[in-house]
Design a protein around this ligand. Structure first.
Ligand code: CA
Ligand code: CA
Length: 138
């Protein structure tokens, strides 16, 4: 766990650093693709978000939220990644959406630095989604 200060240019330089960015996305994808079939299924993506406790901490969902609403929320996240509606998120889709999210975040942050706490093992995805949340609720 470490704390970093980032702003829009930090995020942009990360996305524009092709080698580093591709490597980070590949690593994140590989760790999420539990059955190693090359695509992220609905449940694999959902498990990823749940394991990171992103829903409850960042989307304002409390423990009493009905299962139906949680499923809808997870479905909308999944649909955003699954561009061709194939029912699975492949590496290319995952990389494209992560890039979209990060670029939107970079625009949203502009030059206002924010402080981020990062968990070492899941740093990349957490960074991306934390940043998105910070933009949505800014
Ligand atoms: Ca899979
Ligand atoms: Ca797809």
């Amino acid at each position: 766990m470490g704390v970093v200060i980032i702003d829009g240019s930090t995020v942009r330089s990360f996305v524009n650093d092709e080698t580093h960015f591709h490597k980070s996305v590949e690593e994140a994808f590989a760790s999420l693709d539990l059955n190693n079939d090359g695509v992220l299924s609905r449940s694999e993506l959902r498990r990823a978000f749940e394991s990171l406790r992103l829903i409850d901490t960042h989307f304002g969902v409390d423990v009493a939220t009905p299962e139906e609403e949680l499923t809808q929320l997870h479905d909308s996240i999944f649909d955003k990644f699954d561009c061709d509606n194939s029912g699975g998120v492949d590496r290319k889709e995952f990389m494209n959406e992560m890039r979209n999210i990060l670029e939107a975040i970079a625009d949203g942050l502009g030059s206002s630095p924010v402080q981020m706490a990062l968990e070492d093992d899941k740093g990349f995805l957490k960074l991306a989604v934390d940043l998105e949340a910070s933009k949505v609720f800014a």
